[in-house]
Design a protein around this ligand. Structure first.
Ligand code: HEM
Length: 128
């Protein structure tokens, strides 16, 4: 399940960048909207896979004394999804706060990836 989590994260980042680029270009065409719609479907798999990894490892998490980091990981993961969605909508509308939201989304994304790597499960963690 952690592999599904990683796959959906990579897909989300790629689709987010594509949607941003097309929305920023503006004008006619549905490329931005299309990639945004696929990204929304990907969110479901991303959140689902993260939750399953969390639930499957609840016993280990309880025993390790690292609950707080896992709690933060879930919270930050959900925050990234919310920020990606909000920044895309603001970019599409050409709103002034779009850039601020994009920057916050990227910072929270980097912290979330860092937390995921810091926590013990998954192929990325075992690389470090
Ligand atoms: C865009 C949002 C997210 C990003 C960028 C992200 C990133 C990551 C990364 C890089 C890992 C480590 C994988 C590895 O070590 O191979 C991970 C693990 C994990 N993620 Fe996420 N994640 C996100 C969303 C979520 C959500 C929404 C949840 C829960 C609802 C979640 C729960 C978890 C859990 C429980 C783990 C296992 C932690 C461990 O290594 O012990 N993630 N995530």
């Amino acid at each position: 399940m952690i592999h599904l989590h990683l796959t959906t994260i990579v897909l989300a980042v790629i689709l987010y960048v594509i949607a941003l680029v097309f929305y920023q270009k503006g004008g006619e065409g549905n490329a931005g909207k299309m990639s945004h719609m696929i990204l929304r479907a990907d969110y479901i798999f991303l959140i689902f896979s993260g939750l399953i990894v969390y639930i499957q490892n609840m016993e280990g998490i309880g025993a390790s004394g690292g609950h707080m980091m896992y709690g933060l990981k879930v919270l930050f993961g959900l925050a990234v999804v919310a920020l990606m969605e909000m920044s895309l909508i603001k970019t599409q509308k050409g709103s002034g706060s779009a850039n601020t939201l994009k920057i916050i989304a990227i910072i929270v994304l980097v912290i979330t990836v860092g937390l995921g790597i810091y926590l013990p499960l998954g192929p990325l963690s075992s690389m470090f």
